[in-house]
Design a protein around this ligand. Sequence first.
Ligand SMILES: NC(=O)c1ccc[n+]([C@@H]2O[C@H](COP(=O)([O-])OP(=O)(O)OC[C@H]3O[C@@H](n4cnc5c(N)ncnc54)[C@H](OP(=O)(O)O)[C@@H]3O)[C@@H](O)[C@H]2O)c1
Length: 217
Amino acid sequence: MKIALLGGTGHLGVGLAVRFAILGHDVIVGSRRLEKALKKAEEYNQILESLGEKSKVRGLANKEAAKEAEVSIFTIPWNHAFSTAELLKEELKSKIVVSPLVPMEKIGDVFLYKKLPEGSAAEKLNSILESRVVSAYHNLPAERFATFEEKFSWDVAVCGDDEKAKKTVIELTNQIEGLNAYDAGPLAVSSMVESITPLLINIMVRNKKKNLGVRFV
Ligand SMILES: NC(=O)c1ccc[n+]([C@@H]2O[C@H](COP(=O)([O-])OP(=O)(O)OC[C@H]3O[C@@H](n4cnc5c(N)ncnc54)[C@H](OP(=O)(O)O)[C@@H]3O)[C@@H](O)[C@H]2O)c1
């Protein structure tokens, strides 16, 4: 499958790009700047080579990446994702778009989920785009997810109103070793999943833990 990581040059992008490429998907790393996309793609290809993988990722500007992809993942900070969505509306029309967006703010030393009038970041993205928006990957700790020699076992709650699109994202996620995707319901559930991330961060900070994910047991 052709998968674009829009803003795939950052923390969450690297883990998803490399892991989907290992699985044989055609992965495109998107950026606002083509040169940065090309540079990061080269970096990710070096990681793939060091892991003994033949697969390669490609770098493109976000617009071209969105145009080519069947599935586009918004690995962009939540407060910049909506303006990016406006710019890519045409390229993403009728296609699967994944929101890992977590709106949060730090008040003093506490991380709080930021409620949006639309209900959640995924619902806001859905209100901008004419796409098949699916919400997933909010609770993955990006740093450990990008440590490729380590094993992990995390659950991923997936929400969406388009059942077929949600099924595709669940199947893609389950292909990644160590991830187990669950159908968590419609997009209206997304705020609950998004808000787990600031909770995890508060627990990590206060208990001097790193890289906590979630498991439903
Ligand atoms: N980090 C985590 O552990 C984690 C875990 C789960 C979910 N998430 C969610 O995943 C998303 C990405 O997180 P991240 O930590 O990977 O973000 P990040 O590393 O801070 O940024 C990712 C990329 O976003 C692009 N970007 C930055 N400012 C932008 C702007 N004004 N307009 C458009 N693009 C911009 C940049 O790409 P270019 O400069 O190449 O365009 C940057 O490399 C966030 O919404 C976050 O809530 C993060």
